[in-house]
Design a binder for this molecule. Structure first.
Ligand SMILES: Cc1cc2nc3c(=O)[nH]c(=O)nc-3n(C[C@H](O)[C@H](O)[C@H](O)COP(=O)(O)OP(=O)(O)OC[C@H]3O[C@@H](n4cnc5c(N)ncnc54)[C@H](O)[C@@H]3O)c2cc1C
Ligand code: FES
Length: 284
Protein backbone atom coordinates (compact mmCIF):
# COMPACT_ATOMS: atom_id res chain seq x y z
CA UNK A 1 0.00 0.00 0.00
CA UNK A 2 1.32 3.43 -0.85
CA UNK A 3 1.77 5.76 2.07
CA UNK A 4 0.28 9.20 1.53
CA UNK A 5 1.81 11.85 3.68
CA UNK A 6 -0.59 14.55 4.88
CA UNK A 7 2.32 16.87 5.46
CA UNK A 8 1.89 20.08 3.47
CA UNK A 9 4.85 20.73 1.19
CA UNK A 10 4.58 24.51 1.70
CA UNK A 11 5.87 25.65 5.09
CA UNK A 12 5.26 29.09 6.59
CA UNK A 13 8.23 31.51 6.78
CA UNK A 14 8.55 30.90 10.55
CA UNK A 15 8.53 27.08 10.04
CA UNK A 16 11.22 27.42 7.39
CA UNK A 17 13.31 29.70 9.62
CA UNK A 18 12.86 27.36 12.59
CA UNK A 19 14.42 24.43 10.72
CA UNK A 20 17.98 23.88 11.96
CA UNK A 21 20.58 24.29 9.23
CA UNK A 22 24.18 23.25 9.69
CA UNK A 23 26.63 25.80 8.33
CA UNK A 24 30.39 25.78 7.88
CA UNK A 25 32.39 28.59 9.44
CA UNK A 26 34.07 30.44 6.58
CA UNK A 27 35.95 32.90 8.75
CA UNK A 28 36.70 33.33 12.47
CA UNK A 29 38.06 36.75 13.36
CA UNK A 30 39.43 37.74 16.75
CA UNK A 31 37.94 41.19 17.52
CA UNK A 32 39.39 41.72 21.01
CA UNK A 33 40.56 39.64 23.98
CA UNK A 34 37.24 37.79 24.46
CA UNK A 35 35.16 38.55 21.35
CA UNK A 36 35.21 36.82 17.96
CA UNK A 37 33.21 37.32 14.77
CA UNK A 38 32.16 34.11 13.01
CA UNK A 39 31.08 34.20 9.38
CA UNK A 40 29.00 31.61 7.50
CA UNK A 41 26.74 31.41 4.49
CA UNK A 42 22.98 31.00 4.89
CA UNK A 43 20.31 32.13 2.40
CA UNK A 44 17.65 32.82 5.08
CA UNK A 45 19.98 34.95 7.22
CA UNK A 46 21.06 36.96 4.18
CA UNK A 47 17.49 38.35 4.08
CA UNK A 48 17.40 39.22 7.80
CA UNK A 49 16.73 42.68 9.23
CA UNK A 50 19.36 44.32 11.49
CA UNK A 51 18.35 43.51 15.08
CA UNK A 52 17.14 39.99 14.33
CA UNK A 53 18.89 37.04 16.00
CA UNK A 54 19.64 33.37 15.39
CA UNK A 55 19.58 30.44 17.79
CA UNK A 56 23.08 29.00 17.43
CA UNK A 57 23.62 25.30 18.16
CA UNK A 58 27.08 24.38 19.35
CA UNK A 59 27.12 20.58 18.84
CA UNK A 60 27.33 18.72 22.13
CA UNK A 61 27.17 21.89 24.22
CA UNK A 62 24.03 24.05 23.98
CA UNK A 63 21.97 26.40 21.85
CA UNK A 64 22.17 30.17 22.50
CA UNK A 65 20.64 33.31 20.96
CA UNK A 66 23.06 35.62 19.12
CA UNK A 67 22.25 38.75 17.11
CA UNK A 68 23.45 39.13 13.55
CA UNK A 69 26.41 41.53 13.33
CA UNK A 70 26.83 41.24 9.56
CA UNK A 71 24.18 40.73 6.91
CA UNK A 72 25.44 40.74 3.34
CA UNK A 73 23.36 40.40 0.20
CA UNK A 74 25.89 37.87 -1.15
CA UNK A 75 24.68 35.42 1.51
CA UNK A 76 27.44 35.94 4.07
CA UNK A 77 26.24 36.34 7.65
CA UNK A 78 28.25 37.17 10.78
CA UNK A 79 27.71 36.81 14.49
CA UNK A 80 29.92 38.48 17.09
CA UNK A 81 30.26 36.46 20.27
CA UNK A 82 31.61 37.35 23.70
CA UNK A 83 32.91 34.32 25.62
CA UNK A 84 31.08 34.51 28.96
CA UNK A 85 30.09 30.90 29.79
CA UNK A 86 30.19 27.32 28.49
CA UNK A 87 28.34 27.76 25.21
CA UNK A 88 29.71 31.13 24.12
CA UNK A 89 33.27 30.01 25.05
CA UNK A 90 32.86 26.74 23.10
CA UNK A 91 31.53 28.73 20.14
CA UNK A 92 34.52 31.06 20.25
CA UNK A 93 36.89 28.06 20.19
CA UNK A 94 35.47 26.97 16.81
CA UNK A 95 37.86 27.20 13.88
CA UNK A 96 37.36 27.99 10.22
CA UNK A 97 35.86 24.91 8.51
CA UNK A 98 34.03 23.64 11.61
CA UNK A 99 30.23 23.24 11.71
CA UNK A 100 27.59 24.94 13.85
CA UNK A 101 23.79 24.89 13.57
CA UNK A 102 21.51 27.89 13.13
CA UNK A 103 17.76 28.47 13.41
CA UNK A 104 16.29 31.82 12.48
CA UNK A 105 16.48 34.67 11.81
CA UNK A 106 13.95 35.37 14.56
CA UNK A 107 12.29 38.38 16.16
CA UNK A 108 11.88 41.85 14.76
CA UNK A 109 14.48 44.30 13.58
CA UNK A 110 15.26 47.98 14.12
CA UNK A 111 13.13 50.39 12.09
CA UNK A 112 15.48 52.85 10.33
CA UNK A 113 14.45 56.52 10.35
CA UNK A 114 15.58 59.66 8.58
CA UNK A 115 16.89 62.59 10.61
CA UNK A 116 19.47 62.86 13.38
CA UNK A 117 20.00 59.47 15.03
CA UNK A 118 22.05 58.11 17.94
CA UNK A 119 23.33 54.54 17.77
CA UNK A 120 24.49 53.42 21.21
CA UNK A 121 26.22 50.08 21.80
CA UNK A 122 27.43 48.77 25.14
CA UNK A 123 30.17 46.10 24.90
CA UNK A 124 29.20 43.30 22.49
CA UNK A 125 25.85 45.08 22.07
CA UNK A 126 27.57 47.03 19.32
CA UNK A 127 27.29 43.89 17.12
CA UNK A 128 23.70 44.30 15.88
CA UNK A 129 24.26 48.06 15.53
CA UNK A 130 26.67 47.47 12.64
CA UNK A 131 24.18 46.21 10.00
CA UNK A 132 21.73 48.81 11.36
CA UNK A 133 24.28 51.59 10.77
CA UNK A 134 24.85 50.21 7.25
CA UNK A 135 21.14 50.84 6.58
CA UNK A 136 21.06 54.21 8.39
CA UNK A 137 23.87 55.71 6.30
CA UNK A 138 21.55 55.42 3.28
CA UNK A 139 18.70 57.46 4.81
CA UNK A 140 19.61 59.38 7.99
CA UNK A 141 20.80 62.98 7.84
CA UNK A 142 23.22 62.61 10.77
CA UNK A 143 24.49 59.54 12.63
CA UNK A 144 26.30 59.50 15.95
CA UNK A 145 27.69 56.10 16.90
CA UNK A 146 28.47 55.77 20.60
CA UNK A 147 30.42 52.83 21.96
CA UNK A 148 30.77 52.24 25.68
CA UNK A 149 33.20 49.64 27.06
CA UNK A 150 35.06 48.92 30.29
CA UNK A 151 38.58 49.50 28.91
CA UNK A 152 40.43 50.05 25.63
CA UNK A 153 40.98 46.28 25.16
CA UNK A 154 37.20 45.80 24.90
CA UNK A 155 36.70 48.21 22.00
CA UNK A 156 35.09 46.77 18.88
CA UNK A 157 34.73 47.59 15.17
CA UNK A 158 36.58 50.96 15.21
CA UNK A 159 37.78 50.55 11.59
CA UNK A 160 34.42 49.26 10.41
CA UNK A 161 32.63 52.24 12.00
CA UNK A 162 35.10 54.75 10.51
CA UNK A 163 34.64 53.14 7.09
CA UNK A 164 30.84 53.11 7.33
CA UNK A 165 30.54 56.72 8.48
CA UNK A 166 33.21 58.17 6.17
CA UNK A 167 30.78 59.55 3.59
CA UNK A 168 27.99 60.90 5.84
CA UNK A 169 27.47 63.64 8.43
CA UNK A 170 28.53 61.70 11.49
CA UNK A 171 30.35 61.48 14.77
CA UNK A 172 31.90 58.59 16.70
CA UNK A 173 32.07 58.81 20.48
CA UNK A 174 33.85 56.15 22.55
CA UNK A 175 33.79 55.90 26.32
CA UNK A 176 35.81 53.66 28.62
CA UNK A 177 35.04 53.21 32.30
CA UNK A 178 38.75 53.41 33.20
CA UNK A 179 39.51 56.32 30.87
CA UNK A 180 42.01 54.32 28.79
CA UNK A 181 40.41 55.50 25.51
CA UNK A 182 37.99 58.27 24.55
CA UNK A 183 35.87 59.82 27.29
CA UNK A 184 36.20 58.41 30.81
CA UNK A 185 32.98 57.09 32.36
CA UNK A 186 29.72 55.60 31.21
CA UNK A 187 28.38 56.03 27.70
CA UNK A 188 25.06 57.22 29.15
CA UNK A 189 26.75 60.49 30.29
CA UNK A 190 27.64 61.21 26.65
CA UNK A 191 24.10 60.31 25.56
CA UNK A 192 22.76 62.83 28.08
CA UNK A 193 25.16 65.53 26.83
CA UNK A 194 24.09 64.89 23.26
CA UNK A 195 20.38 65.03 24.07
CA UNK A 196 20.88 68.29 25.96
CA UNK A 197 22.84 69.81 23.04
CA UNK A 198 20.85 68.90 19.94
CA UNK A 199 17.53 67.65 18.63
CA UNK A 200 17.64 63.87 18.15
CA UNK A 201 15.01 61.97 16.15
CA UNK A 202 15.72 58.41 17.33
CA UNK A 203 17.98 56.51 19.72
CA UNK A 204 18.91 52.92 18.85
CA UNK A 205 20.55 50.88 21.57
CA UNK A 206 21.78 47.42 22.52
CA UNK A 207 23.91 46.46 25.51
CA UNK A 208 23.67 45.80 29.26
CA UNK A 209 20.14 46.40 30.54
CA UNK A 210 21.06 49.03 33.16
CA UNK A 211 22.61 51.07 30.32
CA UNK A 212 19.52 50.70 28.13
CA UNK A 213 17.19 51.49 31.04
CA UNK A 214 19.09 54.72 31.75
CA UNK A 215 18.91 55.60 28.04
CA UNK A 216 15.16 54.91 28.07
CA UNK A 217 14.71 57.29 31.04
CA UNK A 218 16.80 59.98 29.28
CA UNK A 219 14.83 59.47 26.07
CA UNK A 220 11.56 59.94 27.99
CA UNK A 221 12.94 63.08 29.66
CA UNK A 222 13.99 64.59 26.32
CA UNK A 223 10.92 63.30 24.49
CA UNK A 224 12.95 61.26 21.99
CA UNK A 225 11.77 57.84 20.73
CA UNK A 226 14.00 54.86 21.43
CA UNK A 227 14.43 51.36 20.02
CA UNK A 228 16.22 48.98 22.40
CA UNK A 229 17.27 45.37 21.82
CA UNK A 230 16.63 43.34 24.98
CA UNK A 231 18.26 40.11 26.20
CA UNK A 232 16.45 37.35 28.06
CA UNK A 233 16.93 33.63 28.52
CA UNK A 234 15.68 32.03 25.31
CA UNK A 235 15.01 28.40 24.52
CA UNK A 236 12.57 28.13 21.62
CA UNK A 237 13.15 31.54 20.00
CA UNK A 238 9.66 31.48 18.46
CA UNK A 239 7.27 32.48 21.25
CA UNK A 240 6.31 29.01 22.57
CA UNK A 241 8.19 28.31 25.80
CA UNK A 242 7.70 31.54 27.75
CA UNK A 243 11.26 31.71 29.08
CA UNK A 244 11.80 35.22 27.66
CA UNK A 245 8.57 36.81 28.95
CA UNK A 246 8.70 40.38 30.27
CA UNK A 247 5.36 41.89 31.26
CA UNK A 248 2.92 40.95 28.52
CA UNK A 249 5.68 40.65 25.93
CA UNK A 250 7.88 37.82 24.69
CA UNK A 251 11.32 39.19 23.87
CA UNK A 252 11.97 36.50 21.20
CA UNK A 253 8.81 37.33 19.24
CA UNK A 254 7.62 40.84 20.18
CA UNK A 255 11.30 41.89 20.32
CA UNK A 256 14.18 41.64 20.75
CA UNK A 257 13.84 45.27 19.56
CA UNK A 258 11.21 47.11 21.62
CA UNK A 259 10.06 50.68 20.98
CA UNK A 260 9.29 53.39 23.55
CA UNK A 261 5.62 52.43 23.83
CA UNK A 262 6.48 48.78 24.47
CA UNK A 263 9.22 49.75 26.94
CA UNK A 264 6.69 51.91 28.85
CA UNK A 265 4.37 48.88 29.06
CA UNK A 266 7.14 46.85 30.81
CA UNK A 267 8.62 49.66 32.91
CA UNK A 268 7.98 47.72 36.16
CA UNK A 269 10.31 44.92 34.96
CA UNK A 270 12.66 46.54 32.41
CA UNK A 271 16.00 47.16 34.12
CA UNK A 272 14.72 45.53 37.32
CA UNK A 273 13.67 41.89 36.92
CA UNK A 274 14.17 38.92 34.63
CA UNK A 275 13.19 35.23 34.62
CA UNK A 276 15.92 32.80 35.69
CA UNK A 277 16.49 29.32 34.19
CA UNK A 278 13.64 27.90 36.31
CA UNK A 279 11.20 30.60 35.18
CA UNK A 280 11.33 32.39 38.55
CA UNK A 281 11.28 36.20 38.50
CA UNK A 282 14.58 37.44 39.93
CA UNK A 283 16.18 40.85 40.44
CA UNK A 284 18.58 41.94 37.69
C1 LIG B 1 18.28 38.18 21.52
C2 LIG B 1 19.66 37.96 22.07
C3 LIG B 1 20.76 38.33 21.32
C4 LIG B 1 22.04 38.13 21.81
N1 LIG B 1 23.09 38.51 21.05
C5 LIG B 1 24.34 38.30 21.47
C6 LIG B 1 25.44 38.66 20.68
O1 LIG B 1 25.30 39.19 19.58
N2 LIG B 1 26.69 38.38 21.16
C7 LIG B 1 26.89 37.79 22.37
O2 LIG B 1 28.04 37.55 22.73
N3 LIG B 1 25.86 37.46 23.17
C8 LIG B 1 24.59 37.69 22.74
N4 LIG B 1 23.54 37.33 23.52
C9 LIG B 1 23.81 36.76 24.82
C10 LIG B 1 24.14 35.30 24.68
O3 LIG B 1 22.99 34.59 24.29
C11 LIG B 1 24.65 34.83 26.03
O4 LIG B 1 25.88 35.46 26.26
C12 LIG B 1 24.86 33.38 26.04
O5 LIG B 1 23.59 32.79 26.14
C13 LIG B 1 25.71 32.95 27.21
O6 LIG B 1 25.67 31.56 27.22
P1 LIG B 1 26.77 30.72 27.96
O7 LIG B 1 26.27 29.31 28.07
O8 LIG B 1 28.09 30.94 27.30
O9 LIG B 1 26.85 31.40 29.36
P2 LIG B 1 25.99 31.05 30.65
O10 LIG B 1 26.47 29.76 31.22
O11 LIG B 1 24.53 31.19 30.32
O12 LIG B 1 26.42 32.22 31.55
C14 LIG B 1 27.72 32.21 32.15
C15 LIG B 1 27.91 33.45 32.95
O13 LIG B 1 27.89 34.60 32.10
C16 LIG B 1 26.86 35.47 32.48
N5 LIG B 1 26.26 35.95 31.25
C17 LIG B 1 25.33 35.33 30.51
N6 LIG B 1 25.01 36.07 29.45
C18 LIG B 1 25.78 37.18 29.54
C19 LIG B 1 25.95 38.34 28.75
N7 LIG B 1 25.23 38.54 27.65
N8 LIG B 1 26.85 39.28 29.13
C20 LIG B 1 27.57 39.11 30.25
N9 LIG B 1 27.46 38.05 31.05
C21 LIG B 1 26.59 37.11 30.71
C22 LIG B 1 25.88 34.66 33.29
O14 LIG B 1 25.20 35.49 34.23
C23 LIG B 1 26.80 33.67 33.97
O15 LIG B 1 27.36 34.23 35.11
C24 LIG B 1 22.24 37.54 23.07
C25 LIG B 1 21.12 37.18 23.84
C26 LIG B 1 19.85 37.39 23.35
C27 LIG B 1 18.67 37.00 24.17
S1 FES C 1 12.28 31.92 23.87
FE1 FES C 1 10.52 30.67 24.05
S2 FES C 1 8.92 32.13 24.22
FE2 FES C 1 10.68 33.33 23.83
Amino acid sequence: MQYNSHKCSHSSPIEAANRMRTVELLEVKQENCSVKTLTFEDPLCSKAEPGQFVMVWIPGVDEIPISLSGIASDGLTSITVNAVGDASSALNLKKKGEIIGVRGPFGNGFVPVKGNVLVVGGGTGLGPMMPLTENLVRISSKITVMSGVKCQDNLLFLDRIADLLSSVDSETICTTEDGSYGFEGLVTSQVEKKLAAEHVDMIYTCGPEPMMYRIFLLAEQYNVPVQASLERIMRCGIGLCGSCVIGELRVCKDGPVLNSEQLRSIKDEFGKFRLDWTGKKVKQ
